[in-house]
Design a protein around this ligand. Sequence first.
Ligand code: GAP
Length: 479
Amino acid sequence: MANDNSRFQAIISHSKEYGFIFPSSEIYDGLQAVYDYGQWGSELKKNIKDYWWKNMTQLHENIVGIDAAIFMHPTTWKASGHVDNFNDPMIDNKDSKKRYRVDHLIEGKADEMRSEGRDDEADALLSDMDRLLAKDEFDGLRQLIINQGIKCPISETANWTEVRQFNLMFSTQIGSVTDETNEIYLRPETAQGIFVNFLNVQKTGRLKIPFGIAQIGKAFRSEIVARQFIFRMREFEQMEMQYFIRPGSQKEWYEFWKEERMRWHLSLGIPKEKYRFHDHVKLAHYADAACDIEYNFPIGFKEVEGIHSRTDFDLKNHQEYSRKKMQYFDSDINQNYIPYVIETSIGLDRTILMVLSEAYAEEDLSTAEKQDSRVVLRFPATIAPMKLAVLPLVKKDGLPEIARTIMDDCKAEFRCFYEEKDTIGKRYRRMDAIGTPFCVTVDQQTKTDDTVTIRYRDTMKQERIPANKVREIVANEIG
Ligand code: GAP
């Protein structure tokens, strides 16, 4: 299992240098674990959202999408169990006064072991941790940290407090809540917006079980973080889908969605061996079965998506707290019941990091005559931020005007980029660096035979095609 920290750092630098991802409010030295997407990052993000949304809603006839508010009635989080159970064991370093999530500290140690080729020891450490976490054995977890000589990265000491539980929800105040306290939470998952709207959507959409409700949106968690870029953020986006089913059919649908989601991941062109399933040992408070889809990031195999069998936990609790019936009448079996739920929950930012990690390549192009290299982002054309660059070879002789007509023909259909500055070689390299799959160059020959050169990012192969075919050829490739 390669743990390639220098590759990870190179991806972070490249993302910043080429307008994908910036530290939030960087002019004020940034805000820990919060990031902004730049001009190409936001295009990539939007394309990934669209790709997921189309797959989930358009290609599954029985799944519809919603867009619920971030703020929800505070009782939502009581009913969902987040107020009482959304805790993580944390430990403080007495010297630096910094607080860490216990599992992150131990996972960090395991990553360090792997980078030294001590994979067996890393596996043993993680299984010890899983066993202790499953039983809430906080003394044992503290002892494990001490026995492993894990130190605070700031103070570099092992002067640790006891392990204690801390809630991960952010709260703020809202004027209109008439409760004693007007404290309100920033949602830690988008799923609850789906549960509280379950009946609204089912009734107005005349939906029959099994059916799904999908949503993309922001979620917030007070993560205690250690340098993991957009892998672990305090403000992030989730793409979630709750699939409502008949009680008793959860095993079958759980397996169905594991397979279906893996199929989606593979459709991104990422090879099978870069993924694995990881079954949860310690189940979240709402689940009767759960697993993660993990991707082999440069920082090792880590979770990108969770698939959870949530039983009727959420709807049942919302029924109890709201005193509103959350039942569904199943006319096929003539019964009323609270549906069970299978959830698929993928982090959008983690998907972006996965796609960037997979796409990033440093290539040596040196020949006997000269040294050369390039950095290229090999994004699938469907999600690439920019699909086509239109480049007049020189800035005169009527070439820019011809290039502009190609731009005008294509730009309503897909995202195009026009540039006339610098040598053509430099312009190709800049397009490689942001992952543009196609460049077309307009040259003197174009004026005589109406052909342009198309250059393919991945192979760097070039060929002549009719100028009036550019739109059709690129549109076919991006699907
Ligand atoms: N509704 C279920 C749920 O929220 P989760 O496993 O806690 O489950 C689902 O989160 C996904 O959200 C994760 O697989 C991950 O991709 C993403 N995610 C969770 N916490 C995150 C964070 N702090 N930063 C970025 N992504 C996060």
